[in-house]
Ligand binder design. Sequence first.
Ligand code: CFM
Length: 546
Amino acid sequence: MSKEIDTTIKVEDLGTFKETILAKYPKKVAKKREKSILVNDFEVVPQIQANVRTIPGIITQRGCAYAGCKGVVLGPTRDIVNITHGPIGCGFYSWLTRRNQTKPENPDDPNYMTYCFSTDMQDSNIVFGGEEKLKQAIREAYELFHPKAIAVFSTCPVGLIGDDVHRVARHMMEEIGNGINIFGFSCEGYRGVSQSAGHHIANNGLFKNLIGRDDEIRGSTKYRVNLLGEYNIGGDAFELERIFEECGINLIATFSGNSTIQKFENAHTADLNMVMCHRSINYVAGMMETSFGIPWIKVQPIGAESTAKMLRKIGQYFGDKELIDRIEEVIAQEMVEVKIAQAKALVKTKGKMAMLFVGGSRAHHYQNLFEELGMTTLSAGYEFGHRDDYEGRSVIPSIQIDADSRNIEEITVTKDETRYNPRKTEEELKVLKDEGMEFNEYDGLMSQMKKGALVIDDLSHYEMEKLIELYHPDVFCAGIKEKYCVQKMGVPLKQLHSYDYGGPYAGFKGAINFYQDIEMIACTSIWKELKAPWERESIVEAQYVY
Ligand code: CFM
Protein backbone atom coordinates (compact mmCIF):
# COMPACT_ATOMS: atom_id res chain seq x y z
CA MET A 1 0.00 0.00 0.00
CA SER A 2 1.30 3.41 -0.90
CA LYS A 3 1.97 5.66 2.02
CA GLU A 4 1.14 8.79 0.01
CA ILE A 5 -1.92 10.63 1.25
CA ASP A 6 -4.84 9.49 -0.85
CA THR A 7 -5.52 12.25 -3.38
CA THR A 8 -9.27 11.72 -3.21
CA ILE A 9 -9.19 13.18 0.29
CA LYS A 10 -10.27 16.78 0.19
CA VAL A 11 -7.11 18.05 1.80
CA GLU A 12 -5.24 20.17 -0.68
CA ASP A 13 -2.30 20.99 1.45
CA LEU A 14 -1.94 20.09 5.08
CA GLY A 15 1.07 22.38 5.18
CA THR A 16 -1.16 25.45 4.98
CA PHE A 17 -2.30 24.62 8.50
CA LYS A 18 1.09 25.49 9.84
CA GLU A 19 1.11 28.93 8.22
CA THR A 20 -2.45 29.65 9.33
CA ILE A 21 -1.63 28.77 12.92
CA LEU A 22 1.71 30.48 13.15
CA ALA A 23 0.38 33.69 11.67
CA LYS A 24 -1.96 34.04 14.63
CA TYR A 25 0.67 33.54 17.32
CA PRO A 26 2.88 36.26 18.80
CA LYS A 27 6.32 36.15 17.15
CA LYS A 28 8.12 34.38 20.01
CA VAL A 29 5.42 31.77 20.38
CA ALA A 30 5.33 31.16 16.63
CA LYS A 31 9.09 30.66 16.61
CA LYS A 32 8.84 28.01 19.27
CA ARG A 33 5.74 26.18 18.03
CA GLU A 34 7.08 26.13 14.49
CA LYS A 35 9.54 23.38 15.43
CA SER A 36 6.83 21.12 16.84
CA ILE A 37 4.55 21.18 13.78
CA LEU A 38 5.78 19.15 10.80
CA VAL A 39 4.62 17.78 7.49
CA ASN A 40 5.64 14.15 7.60
CA ASP A 41 8.02 12.37 5.31
CA PHE A 42 8.57 8.75 6.28
CA GLU A 43 11.62 8.42 4.03
CA VAL A 44 13.64 11.33 5.34
CA VAL A 45 12.07 11.65 8.77
CA PRO A 46 12.30 15.32 9.75
CA GLN A 47 13.48 16.44 13.18
CA ILE A 48 10.72 17.39 15.57
CA GLN A 49 10.90 19.45 18.73
CA ALA A 50 9.48 17.40 21.61
CA ASN A 51 9.72 16.99 25.39
CA VAL A 52 10.20 20.73 25.92
CA ARG A 53 8.27 23.04 28.22
CA THR A 54 4.79 24.07 27.16
CA ILE A 55 4.55 27.82 26.61
CA PRO A 56 2.74 29.39 29.58
CA GLY A 57 -0.76 30.47 28.66
CA ILE A 58 -1.23 27.79 26.03
CA ILE A 59 -3.89 25.22 26.84
CA THR A 60 -1.97 21.94 26.72
CA GLN A 61 -3.24 18.35 26.96
CA ARG A 62 -0.37 17.40 29.27
CA GLY A 63 -0.38 16.16 32.85
CA CYS A 64 2.26 16.28 35.59
CA ALA A 65 5.16 14.13 36.82
CA TYR A 66 3.17 12.90 39.83
CA ALA A 67 0.47 11.65 37.43
CA GLY A 68 3.06 9.77 35.39
CA CYS A 69 4.61 8.11 38.43
CA LYS A 70 1.73 7.40 40.78
CA GLY A 71 -1.16 7.28 38.37
CA VAL A 72 0.39 5.66 35.34
CA VAL A 73 3.21 3.30 36.25
CA LEU A 74 2.55 2.26 39.87
CA GLY A 75 -1.20 2.85 39.94
CA PRO A 76 -2.31 -0.41 38.28
CA THR A 77 -0.61 -2.67 40.87
CA ARG A 78 -3.21 -3.90 43.31
CA ASP A 79 -1.29 -4.98 46.42
CA ILE A 80 0.94 -1.99 47.12
CA VAL A 81 -0.63 0.69 49.32
CA ASN A 82 0.09 3.85 47.33
CA ILE A 83 -0.01 6.92 49.57
CA THR A 84 -0.18 10.35 48.01
CA HIS A 85 1.73 12.73 50.26
CA GLY A 86 0.04 16.02 49.53
CA PRO A 87 -3.21 17.93 49.38
CA ILE A 88 -6.23 15.69 48.89
CA GLY A 89 -7.01 16.80 45.32
CA CYS A 90 -3.90 15.12 43.89
CA GLY A 91 -4.88 11.78 45.40
CA PHE A 92 -8.55 12.10 44.58
CA TYR A 93 -8.13 13.05 40.92
CA SER A 94 -5.62 10.24 40.30
CA TRP A 95 -7.93 7.68 41.88
CA LEU A 96 -8.98 5.18 39.20
CA THR A 97 -9.90 7.89 36.69
CA ARG A 98 -7.67 6.06 34.20
CA ARG A 99 -9.91 2.95 34.15
CA ASN A 100 -6.99 0.63 34.90
CA GLN A 101 -8.59 -2.64 35.90
CA THR A 102 -7.37 -5.51 38.05
CA LYS A 103 -8.53 -9.00 38.94
CA PRO A 104 -7.28 -10.64 42.18
CA GLU A 105 -6.83 -14.38 41.72
CA ASN A 106 -8.80 -15.17 44.89
CA PRO A 107 -11.60 -13.12 46.40
CA ASP A 108 -9.61 -12.67 49.63
CA ASP A 109 -6.44 -11.45 47.91
CA PRO A 110 -5.62 -7.82 48.59
CA ASN A 111 -6.77 -5.12 46.20
CA TYR A 112 -6.03 -1.62 47.47
CA MET A 113 -6.86 0.10 44.20
CA THR A 114 -10.37 0.77 45.36
CA TYR A 115 -9.00 2.94 48.18
CA CYS A 116 -7.63 6.46 47.89
CA PHE A 117 -4.76 6.92 50.38
CA SER A 118 -3.52 10.42 51.06
CA THR A 119 -1.96 12.43 53.88
CA ASP A 120 -4.39 15.24 53.05
CA MET A 121 -1.87 17.99 53.84
CA GLN A 122 -3.25 21.15 55.42
CA ASP A 123 -1.86 24.69 55.77
CA SER A 124 -0.14 23.79 59.06
CA ASN A 125 1.71 20.89 57.40
CA ILE A 126 2.93 23.23 54.70
CA VAL A 127 4.20 25.67 57.35
CA PHE A 128 5.60 23.21 59.90
CA GLY A 129 6.38 20.21 57.68
CA GLY A 130 4.42 17.10 56.82
CA GLU A 131 6.81 14.26 57.71
CA GLU A 132 5.09 13.41 61.00
CA LYS A 133 1.74 13.26 59.28
CA LEU A 134 3.21 10.96 56.66
CA LYS A 135 4.62 8.63 59.33
CA GLN A 136 1.21 8.55 60.96
CA ALA A 137 -0.45 7.73 57.63
CA ILE A 138 1.97 4.85 57.03
CA ARG A 139 1.34 3.47 60.55
CA GLU A 140 -2.39 3.69 60.04
CA ALA A 141 -2.27 2.04 56.60
CA TYR A 142 -0.15 -0.78 58.01
CA GLU A 143 -2.44 -1.38 60.99
CA LEU A 144 -5.49 -1.51 58.77
CA PHE A 145 -4.21 -3.59 55.87
CA HIS A 146 -0.85 -5.23 56.70
CA PRO A 147 0.34 -4.83 53.08
CA LYS A 148 3.60 -6.28 51.76
CA ALA A 149 4.61 -2.84 50.52
CA ILE A 150 3.77 0.83 50.90
CA ALA A 151 4.83 3.44 48.36
CA VAL A 152 4.81 7.19 48.98
CA PHE A 153 4.35 9.69 46.17
CA SER A 154 5.41 13.31 46.50
CA THR A 155 3.22 16.11 45.19
CA CYS A 156 4.40 19.67 44.43
CA PRO A 157 4.21 21.14 47.98
CA VAL A 158 6.29 18.27 49.38
CA GLY A 159 9.20 19.28 47.19
CA LEU A 160 8.67 22.97 47.94
CA ILE A 161 8.79 22.58 51.72
CA GLY A 162 11.49 19.89 51.64
CA ASP A 163 9.81 16.89 53.30
CA ASP A 164 12.14 13.90 52.79
CA VAL A 165 9.87 11.02 51.82
CA HIS A 166 12.83 8.66 51.39
CA ARG A 167 14.02 9.23 54.94
CA VAL A 168 10.50 8.71 56.27
CA ALA A 169 10.21 5.49 54.24
CA ARG A 170 13.48 4.11 55.69
CA HIS A 171 12.46 5.12 59.19
CA MET A 172 9.04 3.46 58.91
CA MET A 173 10.46 0.31 57.36
CA GLU A 174 12.59 -0.08 60.52
CA GLU A 175 9.79 0.85 62.85
CA ILE A 176 7.27 -1.59 61.35
CA GLY A 177 9.69 -4.41 60.52
CA ASN A 178 7.98 -7.70 59.51
CA GLY A 179 9.75 -7.62 56.14
CA ILE A 180 7.62 -4.76 54.86
CA ASN A 181 8.96 -2.84 51.88
CA ILE A 182 8.43 0.93 52.05
CA PHE A 183 9.81 3.32 49.48
CA GLY A 184 9.22 6.85 48.27
CA PHE A 185 9.19 8.67 44.94
CA SER A 186 10.36 12.25 44.41
CA CYS A 187 7.77 12.72 41.68
CA GLU A 188 6.62 16.24 42.51
CA GLY A 189 4.29 17.42 39.76
CA TYR A 190 6.64 20.16 38.60
CA ARG A 191 9.67 17.88 38.32
CA GLY A 192 9.62 17.65 34.54
CA VAL A 193 7.84 19.13 31.59
CA SER A 194 5.10 16.48 31.64
CA GLN A 195 4.10 13.08 33.05
CA SER A 196 7.02 11.62 31.10
CA ALA A 197 9.35 12.68 33.92
CA GLY A 198 7.19 10.73 36.35
CA HIS A 199 7.52 7.58 34.23
CA HIS A 200 11.30 7.80 34.43
CA ILE A 201 11.22 8.35 38.20
CA ALA A 202 8.83 5.39 38.58
CA ASN A 203 11.05 3.16 36.41
CA ASN A 204 14.05 3.94 38.61
CA GLY A 205 12.02 3.16 41.73
CA LEU A 206 10.74 -0.15 40.32
CA PHE A 207 14.28 -1.18 39.55
CA LYS A 208 15.79 -0.08 42.87
CA ASN A 209 13.05 -1.34 45.16
CA LEU A 210 11.22 -4.25 43.53
CA ILE A 211 12.68 -5.98 40.48
CA GLY A 212 14.97 -8.90 41.29
CA ARG A 213 13.96 -9.56 44.90
CA ASP A 214 12.46 -13.00 44.27
CA ASP A 215 14.52 -15.59 42.37
CA GLU A 216 12.04 -18.47 42.53
CA ILE A 217 11.16 -19.96 39.14
CA ARG A 218 7.41 -20.49 39.11
CA GLY A 219 5.50 -22.36 36.43
CA SER A 220 6.99 -23.60 33.19
CA THR A 221 10.61 -22.86 32.35
CA LYS A 222 9.63 -22.45 28.69
CA TYR A 223 8.67 -19.26 26.85
CA ARG A 224 8.94 -16.90 29.81
CA VAL A 225 8.19 -13.31 28.86
CA ASN A 226 7.35 -9.94 30.43
CA LEU A 227 5.09 -7.36 28.87
CA LEU A 228 6.29 -3.83 29.66
CA GLY A 229 4.18 -0.71 29.24
CA GLU A 230 0.74 -2.33 29.33
CA TYR A 231 -1.59 -0.86 31.95
CA ASN A 232 -4.85 -2.78 31.59
CA ILE A 233 -6.98 0.17 30.59
CA GLY A 234 -10.49 -1.09 29.89
CA GLY A 235 -9.33 -4.71 30.34
CA ASP A 236 -6.59 -4.75 27.65
CA ALA A 237 -4.30 -6.87 29.84
CA PHE A 238 -7.02 -9.49 30.32
CA GLU A 239 -7.32 -9.95 26.56
CA LEU A 240 -3.54 -10.16 26.12
CA GLU A 241 -3.23 -12.63 29.01
CA ARG A 242 -5.90 -14.75 27.31
CA ILE A 243 -3.98 -14.78 24.03
CA PHE A 244 -0.64 -15.65 25.69
CA GLU A 245 -2.30 -18.47 27.56
CA GLU A 246 -3.88 -19.84 24.39
CA CYS A 247 -0.44 -19.91 22.80
CA GLY A 248 1.25 -21.47 25.82
CA ILE A 249 3.40 -18.39 26.43
CA ASN A 250 4.30 -17.91 30.08
CA LEU A 251 3.67 -14.28 31.09
CA ILE A 252 5.80 -13.65 34.18
CA ALA A 253 5.02 -9.98 34.76
CA THR A 254 3.15 -7.15 33.15
CA PHE A 255 4.35 -3.67 34.03
CA SER A 256 1.90 -2.91 35.38
CA GLY A 257 -1.59 -3.90 34.17
CA ASN A 258 -3.26 -6.45 36.46
CA SER A 259 0.03 -6.81 38.35
CA THR A 260 1.13 -7.69 41.87
CA ILE A 261 4.28 -6.85 43.76
CA GLN A 262 5.45 -10.47 43.57
CA LYS A 263 5.32 -10.37 39.77
CA PHE A 264 7.60 -7.32 39.72
CA GLU A 265 10.01 -8.98 42.14
CA ASN A 266 10.12 -12.07 39.96
CA ALA A 267 10.24 -10.36 36.54
CA HIS A 268 13.98 -10.89 36.10
CA THR A 269 13.35 -14.64 35.70
CA ALA A 270 11.78 -14.05 32.25
CA ASP A 271 13.74 -14.62 29.05
CA LEU A 272 12.33 -11.85 26.88
CA ASN A 273 11.01 -8.36 27.56
CA MET A 274 8.40 -6.99 25.20
CA VAL A 275 7.92 -3.24 25.29
CA MET A 276 4.45 -2.05 24.39
CA CYS A 277 4.46 1.60 25.53
CA HIS A 278 8.02 2.63 24.81
CA ARG A 279 7.66 6.07 26.33
CA SER A 280 6.62 5.07 29.80
CA ILE A 281 8.86 2.07 30.44
CA ASN A 282 11.82 1.80 28.05
CA TYR A 283 14.13 2.59 30.98
CA VAL A 284 13.12 -0.61 32.80
CA ALA A 285 13.76 -2.66 29.65
CA GLY A 286 17.23 -1.15 29.33
CA MET A 287 18.09 -1.64 33.01
CA MET A 288 16.94 -5.28 32.98
CA GLU A 289 19.06 -5.99 29.95
CA THR A 290 22.16 -4.44 31.49
CA SER A 291 21.65 -6.06 34.85
CA PHE A 292 20.25 -9.49 33.99
CA GLY A 293 20.93 -9.99 30.26
CA ILE A 294 17.29 -10.04 29.10
CA PRO A 295 16.92 -8.70 25.54
CA TRP A 296 13.95 -6.53 24.65
CA ILE A 297 11.85 -6.03 21.56
CA LYS A 298 9.21 -3.45 20.70
CA VAL A 299 5.70 -4.80 20.14
CA GLN A 300 2.35 -3.22 19.26
CA PRO A 301 -0.51 -5.53 20.16
CA ILE A 302 -3.02 -2.89 19.07
CA GLY A 303 -4.65 -3.98 15.82
CA ALA A 304 -5.22 -7.60 14.84
CA GLU A 305 -2.36 -7.72 12.34
CA SER A 306 0.16 -6.25 14.73
CA THR A 307 -1.00 -8.58 17.51
CA ALA A 308 -0.30 -11.50 15.16
CA LYS A 309 3.06 -9.92 14.36
CA MET A 310 3.92 -9.75 18.07
CA LEU A 311 3.09 -13.42 18.55
CA ARG A 312 5.18 -14.42 15.55
CA LYS A 313 8.11 -12.44 16.95
CA ILE A 314 7.85 -14.40 20.20
CA GLY A 315 7.81 -17.65 18.22
CA GLN A 316 10.81 -16.55 16.22
CA TYR A 317 12.72 -15.53 19.36
CA PHE A 318 12.28 -18.87 21.10
CA GLY A 319 12.70 -20.72 17.78
CA ASP A 320 10.70 -23.71 18.94
CA LYS A 321 8.60 -25.45 16.29
CA GLU A 322 5.93 -26.53 18.76
CA LEU A 323 5.43 -22.90 19.87
CA ILE A 324 5.54 -21.51 16.33
CA ASP A 325 2.88 -24.00 15.19
CA ARG A 326 0.66 -23.25 18.17
CA ILE A 327 0.95 -19.51 17.53
CA GLU A 328 -0.10 -19.99 13.89
CA GLU A 329 -3.09 -22.06 15.01
CA VAL A 330 -4.20 -19.38 17.46
CA ILE A 331 -3.79 -16.60 14.90
CA ALA A 332 -5.81 -18.57 12.33
CA GLN A 333 -8.57 -19.23 14.86
CA GLU A 334 -8.76 -15.65 16.12
CA MET A 335 -8.66 -14.13 12.67
CA VAL A 336 -11.92 -15.77 11.63
CA GLU A 337 -14.05 -13.50 13.81
CA VAL A 338 -11.74 -10.55 13.28
CA LYS A 339 -12.17 -10.72 9.50
CA ILE A 340 -15.96 -10.94 9.75
CA ALA A 341 -16.11 -7.89 12.04
CA GLN A 342 -13.62 -5.99 9.92
CA ALA A 343 -15.50 -6.62 6.68
CA LYS A 344 -18.72 -5.43 8.28
CA ALA A 345 -17.17 -2.22 9.61
CA LEU A 346 -15.20 -1.48 6.45
CA VAL A 347 -18.39 -0.96 4.42
CA LYS A 348 -18.92 2.24 6.37
CA THR A 349 -15.47 3.22 7.63
CA LYS A 350 -13.41 2.89 4.45
CA GLY A 351 -12.04 6.19 3.21
CA LYS A 352 -12.80 8.11 6.39
CA MET A 353 -10.26 10.28 8.17
CA ALA A 354 -8.91 10.24 11.70
CA MET A 355 -6.77 12.46 13.90
CA LEU A 356 -5.04 11.21 17.04
CA PHE A 357 -3.51 13.29 19.81
CA VAL A 358 -2.80 11.06 22.76
CA GLY A 359 -0.09 10.56 25.37
CA GLY A 360 3.21 9.06 24.35
CA SER A 361 2.38 5.87 22.48
CA ARG A 362 -1.27 5.47 21.55
CA ALA A 363 -1.20 8.21 18.90
CA HIS A 364 1.04 5.74 17.07
CA HIS A 365 -0.37 2.30 17.93
CA TYR A 366 -4.00 3.12 17.20
CA GLN A 367 -3.11 4.03 13.64
CA ASN A 368 -2.88 0.24 13.11
CA LEU A 369 -6.54 -0.11 13.94
CA PHE A 370 -7.52 2.79 11.71
CA GLU A 371 -5.55 1.21 8.86
CA GLU A 372 -7.51 -2.00 9.39
CA LEU A 373 -10.68 0.10 9.12
CA GLY A 374 -9.49 1.57 5.81
CA MET A 375 -9.15 4.99 7.41
CA THR A 376 -6.38 7.52 6.90
CA THR A 377 -4.64 9.28 9.76
CA LEU A 378 -4.37 12.87 8.58
CA SER A 379 -2.69 14.21 11.64
CA ALA A 380 -1.27 12.80 14.87
CA GLY A 381 1.02 13.68 17.72
CA TYR A 382 1.94 12.94 21.28
CA GLU A 383 1.33 15.03 24.35
CA PHE A 384 4.67 14.20 25.91
CA GLY A 385 6.58 11.85 23.58
CA HIS A 386 10.29 12.41 23.10
CA ARG A 387 12.05 12.71 19.76
CA ASP A 388 12.74 8.95 19.76
CA ASP A 389 9.01 8.20 19.98
CA TYR A 390 8.56 10.23 16.78
CA GLU A 391 11.77 9.68 14.86
CA GLY A 392 12.98 6.34 16.22
CA ARG A 393 15.58 5.40 18.81
CA SER A 394 18.46 6.00 16.42
CA VAL A 395 18.22 9.73 17.24
CA ILE A 396 18.76 9.22 20.98
CA PRO A 397 22.50 10.06 20.92
CA SER A 398 21.70 13.39 19.26
CA ILE A 399 19.01 14.45 21.75
CA GLN A 400 20.22 17.37 23.82
CA ILE A 401 19.91 16.95 27.56
CA ASP A 402 18.39 20.13 28.96
CA ALA A 403 17.96 21.44 32.49
CA ASP A 404 14.53 19.81 32.80
CA SER A 405 15.82 16.34 31.96
CA ARG A 406 18.78 16.81 34.31
CA ASN A 407 16.29 17.30 37.09
CA ILE A 408 15.42 13.59 36.93
CA GLU A 409 17.64 11.13 38.74
CA GLU A 410 19.71 8.90 36.42
CA ILE A 411 20.65 5.67 38.10
CA THR A 412 23.74 3.75 37.14
CA VAL A 413 23.01 0.11 36.46
CA THR A 414 25.69 -2.51 36.12
CA LYS A 415 25.73 -6.26 35.50
CA ASP A 416 24.32 -8.21 38.41
CA GLU A 417 27.37 -10.18 39.54
CA THR A 418 25.57 -13.43 40.25
CA ARG A 419 22.46 -13.26 38.12
CA TYR A 420 23.58 -11.73 34.83
CA ASN A 421 22.84 -14.36 32.22
CA PRO A 422 22.61 -13.42 28.55
CA ARG A 423 19.52 -15.23 27.28
CA LYS A 424 20.93 -15.52 23.79
CA THR A 425 24.55 -15.76 22.64
CA GLU A 426 25.96 -13.12 20.31
CA GLU A 427 25.72 -15.64 17.44
CA GLU A 428 22.09 -16.47 18.20
CA LEU A 429 21.23 -12.79 18.31
CA LYS A 430 22.98 -12.22 15.01
CA VAL A 431 20.99 -14.99 13.33
CA LEU A 432 17.75 -13.47 14.64
CA LYS A 433 18.79 -10.00 13.50
CA ASP A 434 19.66 -11.33 10.04
CA GLU A 435 16.17 -12.80 9.91
CA GLY A 436 14.83 -9.28 10.44
CA MET A 437 14.19 -9.27 14.18
CA GLU A 438 15.03 -5.93 15.77
CA PHE A 439 16.30 -5.73 19.34
CA ASN A 440 16.34 -2.56 21.44
CA GLU A 441 14.76 -0.73 18.54
CA TYR A 442 11.74 1.44 18.02
CA ASP A 443 11.21 3.18 14.70
CA GLY A 444 8.75 5.73 16.05
CA LEU A 445 5.49 7.17 14.82
CA MET A 446 6.71 9.12 11.81
CA SER A 447 8.09 6.19 9.83
CA GLN A 448 4.64 4.60 9.89
CA MET A 449 2.66 7.73 8.99
CA LYS A 450 1.92 8.78 5.47
CA LYS A 451 3.87 11.34 3.52
CA GLY A 452 2.25 14.74 3.82
CA ALA A 453 0.40 13.94 7.06
CA LEU A 454 0.71 16.51 9.83
CA VAL A 455 2.68 15.61 12.95
CA ILE A 456 2.21 17.97 15.88
CA ASP A 457 3.79 17.67 19.31
CA ASP A 458 2.02 18.95 22.43
CA LEU A 459 -1.00 20.13 20.46
CA SER A 460 -2.62 23.22 21.94
CA HIS A 461 -6.34 23.68 22.27
CA TYR A 462 -6.30 26.48 19.71
CA GLU A 463 -4.46 24.30 17.22
CA MET A 464 -6.95 21.51 17.83
CA GLU A 465 -9.90 23.76 16.99
CA LYS A 466 -8.17 24.96 13.84
CA LEU A 467 -7.43 21.39 12.73
CA ILE A 468 -11.09 20.55 13.05
CA GLU A 469 -12.31 23.71 11.32
CA LEU A 470 -9.94 23.28 8.41
CA TYR A 471 -10.03 19.53 7.83
CA HIS A 472 -13.16 18.28 9.58
CA PRO A 473 -11.97 14.71 10.36
CA ASP A 474 -14.51 11.90 10.76
CA VAL A 475 -13.16 11.02 14.16
CA PHE A 476 -10.85 12.80 16.57
CA CYS A 477 -9.02 10.80 19.25
CA ALA A 478 -7.94 12.50 22.47
CA GLY A 479 -9.10 12.64 26.10
CA ILE A 480 -11.84 13.89 28.36
CA LYS A 481 -10.49 17.48 28.40
CA GLU A 482 -11.03 17.69 24.65
CA LYS A 483 -14.07 15.48 24.25
CA TYR A 484 -16.99 17.86 24.56
CA CYS A 485 -15.35 20.84 22.87
CA VAL A 486 -14.70 18.66 19.83
CA GLN A 487 -18.14 17.09 19.81
CA LYS A 488 -19.74 20.52 20.01
CA MET A 489 -17.91 21.23 16.77
CA GLY A 490 -19.77 18.29 15.20
CA VAL A 491 -16.94 15.76 15.20
CA PRO A 492 -17.11 12.56 17.26
CA LEU A 493 -14.31 12.18 19.80
CA LYS A 494 -13.07 8.77 20.84
CA GLN A 495 -11.23 8.84 24.13
CA LEU A 496 -8.08 6.83 23.69
CA HIS A 497 -6.94 7.22 27.29
CA SER A 498 -9.94 5.78 29.11
CA TYR A 499 -11.69 4.35 25.98
CA ASP A 500 -14.81 6.22 27.14
CA TYR A 501 -16.72 3.33 28.69
CA GLY A 502 -15.49 0.68 26.24
CA GLY A 503 -12.62 -1.66 25.68
CA PRO A 504 -10.64 -3.79 25.67
CA TYR A 505 -9.09 -2.61 22.42
CA ALA A 506 -5.84 -4.61 22.55
CA GLY A 507 -5.38 -8.02 20.95
CA PHE A 508 -7.87 -9.77 18.67
CA LYS A 509 -11.09 -9.33 20.62
CA GLY A 510 -10.03 -5.75 21.29
CA ALA A 511 -9.72 -5.07 17.57
CA ILE A 512 -13.27 -6.32 17.06
CA ASN A 513 -14.52 -4.00 19.81
CA PHE A 514 -12.72 -1.08 18.24
CA TYR A 515 -14.09 -1.73 14.74
CA GLN A 516 -17.60 -1.78 16.15
CA ASP A 517 -17.19 1.32 18.31
CA ILE A 518 -15.64 3.41 15.53
CA GLU A 519 -18.25 2.31 13.01
CA MET A 520 -20.89 3.35 15.51
CA ILE A 521 -19.57 6.81 16.37
CA ALA A 522 -17.93 7.89 13.10
CA CYS A 523 -20.62 6.69 10.71
CA THR A 524 -23.77 8.13 12.20
CA SER A 525 -25.60 11.12 10.77
CA ILE A 526 -26.31 12.54 14.24
CA TRP A 527 -23.31 14.89 14.04
CA LYS A 528 -25.01 16.83 11.23
CA GLU A 529 -27.83 17.67 13.61
CA LEU A 530 -25.58 19.59 15.95
CA LYS A 531 -26.26 22.93 14.36
CA ALA A 532 -29.39 24.57 15.67
CA PRO A 533 -32.05 25.23 12.98
CA TRP A 534 -31.45 29.02 13.08
CA GLU A 535 -27.76 28.42 12.34
CA ARG A 536 -28.63 26.41 9.22
CA GLU A 537 -31.51 28.43 7.78
CA SER A 538 -31.95 32.16 7.42
CA ILE A 539 -35.65 32.04 8.34
CA VAL A 540 -37.01 29.58 10.81
CA GLU A 541 -40.75 29.09 10.87
CA ALA A 542 -42.62 27.29 13.57
CA GLN A 543 -46.12 26.90 14.83
CA TYR A 544 -47.52 26.92 18.31
CA VAL A 545 -49.12 23.65 19.18
CA TYR A 546 -51.95 24.08 21.64
FE1 CFM B 1 2.06 4.85 27.65
FE2 CFM B 1 -0.24 4.61 28.58
FE3 CFM B 1 0.38 6.19 26.57
FE4 CFM B 1 1.28 6.78 29.02
FE5 CFM B 1 -0.90 8.15 29.70
FE6 CFM B 1 -2.46 6.00 29.29
FE7 CFM B 1 -1.74 7.56 27.28
MO1 CFM B 1 -3.43 8.43 29.10
S1 CFM B 1 1.51 4.87 29.75
S2 CFM B 1 2.23 6.95 27.13
S3 CFM B 1 1.06 8.40 30.49
S4 CFM B 1 0.27 4.11 26.60
S5 CFM B 1 -2.48 7.38 30.91
S6 CFM B 1 -2.09 3.86 29.45
S7 CFM B 1 -3.61 6.64 27.68
S8 CFM B 1 -1.58 9.45 28.21
S9 CFM B 1 -0.87 7.22 25.24
